[in-house]
Design a protein. Sequence first.
Length: 201
Amino acid sequence: MKKLLLSLTLLMSSIAHADAVDALRDFARDVKSGKANFTQTVTSPDGKRKKVSSGSFEFQRPNRFRFAYAKPFEQVIVADGTKVWIYDADLNQASSRKLADALGATPAALLAGTNLERDFALKALPAEAGLDWVQASPKQAESTIQSLRLGFKGKELAAMEIVDGFGQHSRLDFSAVQANVPVAPERFQFKLPAGADLIEQ
């Protein structure tokens, strides 16, 4: 009986793991646009310092997205399909770089890109805190990311965890997720605010 229970547990566990990978593949293939709110918690490598920010996220495949941070500081990151723009409202300063140089194997590529399995190796992880997790390991050796995990609740993206090259840990928790809703094209166009400095990289 114990062996049977163990077998069933392992079987259910492997099904759950497969579901997380399938959920990410389905998300990358079927969800062409979307909107969500997010809360981001950034933890220092020693785990002692935390910064919490929040805002909204919109995307349209291929390679158009907008992260708008509202609290505690206003910052906008916009990709128009050709370039990525980062605007810091406090500094009234923007920077831009070519999308091909900026995107690569990044979290944004997972959310809005089109080459999921070209850029990432996918591996199912154990379920945790009510979410099914999948690890996406960048295939590029020069990636600035140590590890990247995505958490799904059923088919819906619920969380993303990133460890960067410096050991800094970031977690984004998504809420009010709307998949395949229309997003106005101008949301992915960046207009330099009056008097702002522009640094092109």
